[in-house]
Design a protein around this ligand. Structure first.
Ligand SMILES: [Zn+2]
Ligand SMILES: [Zn+2]
Length: 453
């Protein structure tokens, strides 16, 4: 037998699964993490579920996977028996009580009652660059991958967890891996742990066109919210690997619970890759007031709460600084009021300049102070002053108010006063702070990045 890692001959088979071989302790160790995911499952599966019918073939199934289930097996691949039936791959199980055969379409999902399928055949071993003895097949949905820019199948979390994000394409929906050396499933063979290793190597390097989409595009389309919320370290590594560079400096505005539980500063400097989902989430518009001061800021909740497991009252996680950014300068009857959208603003938020220039915690602090301490109180008294006036008079007065008080020049004035107050109060960190309008354009240094595709 050949070694699964280095291809050397005379390799010894794994004593647990007897389904893969290694030439040395080093090569065994190299495959330890991946192999360990299914090694013990294989003999356990075969003992518990013997081949239900002679035609059934062993395959590895990556269900779509979810973090919402308590069942941790939903996040890792599993062995199943499969059968080709009417051009479809069906999972075959024997009912424990009656012994009746149960066949299920593995690609079926809540939104996919009748999924159509596609098979991608893998002929080469990507790490050893040689042909493989029996082609591996990746069986997946081919419908609705992208419809009007949105996806109907969700990323396969099971695979992302298995590769730990080390994959070039983001595969969507459930996936089945089987081995087949004929075009239409007439000569299937049982999958092996060696095949599993080959498939993992394939995921690491395959960056094709036609099926799947580059990971960076998925990041831009904000497809990974679930991973961001439930496995932030996996999300971070996806951002690191596929988010592009150079990084753009942004700011996180922490909430009250961040301060209480973690002792966080209010404004924290962070670095964001140019393909961060914040830039391509169609639900995110720059805060209105920041457009008026010609400093459009994208504001987006950070889905992961480090203290999420703890019991905290909703009131405690408020974020009044972010609320202040949403002081209403647009819609008539709520004009001058603080944000009151359907979803309350709570938790931690990321703030990035829409033009992808760097922004500092001090600069964000100044914008927030401008909204909170300068504009909001003035708007409130303007609201009171206009009580009883006609609709037309109000509209006119509000327009005049905004052009008099909310502009780039007004914010620049506010900023330099805010800065000199800080410096005079003894805060040296403000000494060299520059106006956000003087920040050099790093967009140029981004060069050839396709920022808008
Ligand atoms: Zn080896
Ligand atoms: Zn094993």
């Amino acid at each position: 037998m050949r070694c699964a890692v280095c291809n050397a001959g005379d390799a010894k088979s794994c004593s647990t699964c007897e389904s893969i071989a290694y030439c040395s302790a080093e090569c065994k160790k190299d495959d330890e993490r991946i192999h360990g995911i299914l090694c013990e499952d294989l003999p356990a599966f075969l003992a518990k579920f013997p081949r239900p019918i002679p035609k059934a073939t062993l395959a590895i199934f990556f269900s779509r996977g979810t973090y919402l289930s308590r069942d941790s097996s939903k996040k890792k691949p599993e062995f199943i028996w499969m059968e080709f039936l009417h051009n479809k791959l069906m999972r075959v199980e024997k009912d424990g009580l009656t012994g009746a055969l149960i066949r299920t379409d593995v690609l079926k999902g809540e939104f996919h009652p009748e999924p159509s399928s596609e098979t991608f055949r893998i002929y080469r071993d990507c790490s050893k660059m040689g042909d493989i003895e029996y082609p591996l097949c990746l069986y997946m949905r081919n419908d609705g991958w992208m419809r009007d820019g949105t996806f109907t199948s969700f990323p396969n979390i099971c695979l992302l967890e298995t590769t730990q994000g080390d994959q070039k394409q983001l595969w969507l929906g459930p996936l089945l891996i089987y081995s087949d050396f004929s075009p239409r499933g007439s000569r299937l063979r049982d999958i092996t742990m060696n095949d599993f290793r080959i498939f993992m190597d394939f995921c690491k390097v395959y960056q094709g066109t036609g099926i799947g989409v580059r990971m960076s595009i998925h990041l831009k389309r904000d497809m990974l919210l679930e991973i961001e919320a439930y496995n932030p370290s996996l999300f971070e590594s996806l951002l690191d690997n596929y988010g592009g560079s150079p990084k753009i400096k942004g700011v996180e505005i922490t909430c009250e619970a961040d301060a209480e539980e973690l002792g966080c500063e209010k404004f924290i400097a962070v670095e964001t890759p140019p393909f961060h989902p914040i830039f391509n989430d169609y639900t995110i518009e720059p805060a209105e007031i920041t457009k008026l001061i010609e400093l459009p800021l994208l504001v987006r909740q950070v889905y992961h709460m480090p203290w999420k497991q703890k019991t905290i009252w909703q009131a405690a996680i408020k974020n009044p600084e972010v609320e202040a950014l949403y002081v209403n300068v647009g819609v008539c009857y709520t004009w001058g009021l603080k944000y009151f959208g359907e979803i309350p603003i709570c938790g931690r938020y990321l703030v990035i300049r829409e033009d992808r220039k760097n922004i500092t915690p001090h600069q964000v602090e100044a914008v927030v102070a401008f909204c909170k301490c300068e504009i909001y109180p003035k708007m409130s008294s303007e609201r009171r002053r206009l009580i009883g006036k006609t609709k037309e008079q109000k509209r006119e007065a509000r327009e005049i108010f905004l052009s008099d008080n909310v502009s780039r020049i007004k914010f620049e004035e506010f900023f330099s006063k805010f800065k000199s107050d800080k410096v005079q109060s003894g805060d040296d960190s403000w000494q060299n702070e520059c106006s956000p309008y003087e920040v050099q354009d790093i967009a140029e240094s981004l060069g050839q990045l396709e920022l808008n595709d």
